[in-house]
Design a binder for this molecule. Structure first.
Ligand code: GCU
Length: 349
């Protein structure tokens, strides 16, 4: 399996564009220690999963390398376990500059520019390779990503692999859409995710990730949909033991930084910062593939049942009208969608 080459080599271009747009002024930039010219800046990076997760480890490693390469001027402190809030709350704080960095699930970005939806639609990517080919294509994504800089002060540093999402619940294995009927399933906080799970036959319940365990435990939820890593790390496998491979989503996570915080770095430090992003992405992606396998094995040990016998064609048929409608709304979406189709043909799963 080929690992993606690289991140947004164009990010420096994006940053200088946004610098021009905002006149370089800034109210944000990380907490400073030591004051004066020799001060140290620590970027807060919010993360909604555990410290075992490869994205956490890659961010910590990135922070160390950054600190070393900038002689201690810049470093990163990663806050796992939703300590700084749900993704939809944190991204507001990132936009206003009180948090500098975060990982965010693709659907939450739709609140800033709805065209992000294309990469969050069910059965969009045929596999890892096709998705990587899309995120290696800086030219394709440039306008989409830059759209949130001017308006929201958000710079997209990288798009990361975040696994394949499947449905799990406390009642029974899901084989056909009939089995989902009437089940209350948690989805990420976005309209597209609500529409998707309802088209698949369930009752949608959007909420932040941290509330899912107790909602499953108390029966407020019957299930959720996520990759194997969340299923095990957040102990959902203890309270919803039927995990079924609907394989309905392959949604990227994005690594974000507040644009002004990034622009505060001088040119050399910013180049150093951006130059380290591809390593972070590759470490996180490689780690994820392994972490997903380990997570599944751990869930099996405590009795979770993984069901591969799913009528995927039936689920695909149910969500197709939603997909067709979403990708034909405007030219941007059509172009992104066509590119994904091409990547799927060139990189069969
Ligand atoms: C995955 C994804 C996260 C997302 C989470 C969720 O873990 O990587 O970005 O927040 O699912 O379902 O909320």
């Amino acid at each position: 399996m080929k690992l993606s080459k690289l991140v947004l080599t164009g990010a420096i271009g994006l940053v200088s564009l946004s610098l021009a747009a905002c006149g370089g002024g800034s109210s944000s930039g990380g907490s400073s220690e030591g004051g004066g010219g020799g001060g140290k800046t620590v970027f807060k990076l919010a993360f909604n999963q555990t410290a075992d997760h490869p994205q956490y480890k890659a961010a910590v490693e990135f922070g160390k390398k950054l600190e070393e390469a900038t002689d201690g001027r810049y470093s990163v402190k990663v806050y796992p376990n939703e300590q700084l809030g749900t993704q939809s709350d944190v991204v507001q704080n990132l936009s206003n500059g009180t948090v500098e960095m975060m990982y965010i699930g693709g659907p939450v970005m739709e609140g800033f520019n709805s065209d992000f939806i294309v990469y969050n639609l069910p059965y969009m990517f045929d596999g890892y390779e096709a998705q990587q080919a899309i995120f290696d294509n800086d030219e394709l994504n440039k306008d989409l990503f830059i759209s949130v800089e001017g308006s929201k002060n958000i710079t997209v540093l990288a798009a990361l692999y975040a696994g394949v999402r499947n449905v799990y619940n406390s009642k029974h294995p899901i084989v056909t859409p009939n089995d989902l009927q009437g089940l209350k399933i948690r989805v990420q906080q976005s309209d597209s995710q609500v529409e998707m799970i309802e088209a698949m036959g369930a009752i949608a319940s959007p909420m932040g990730q941290g509330d899912v365990y107790s909602a499953l435990q108390t029966g407020v939820l019957d299930g959720a949909e996520n990759n194997e890593t969340v299923y095990h790390a957040l102990k959902h496998d203890e309270v919803a033991k039927y995990y079924s491979y609907t394989k309905h989503l392959m949604i990227p996570d994005y690594l974000l930084i507040n644009t002004q915080a990034l622009n505060k770095l001088d040119d050399a430090d910013r180049a150093t910062f951006l130059g380290l992003i591809p390593e972070l992405r590759d470490q996180a992606n490689t780690g994820f593939l392994e972490f997903a396998k380990e997570s599944k094995a751990e869930s099996e040990k405590i009795g979770a049942q993984f069901n591969d016998d799913v009528d995927i064609a039936a689920f695909k048929e149910l969500v197709q009208p939603m997909v067709d409608n979403a990708v034909t709304q405007n030219e941007v979406r059509k172009q992104l969608y066509d590119a994904v189709q091409k990547a799927n043909e060139e990189h069969p799963a």
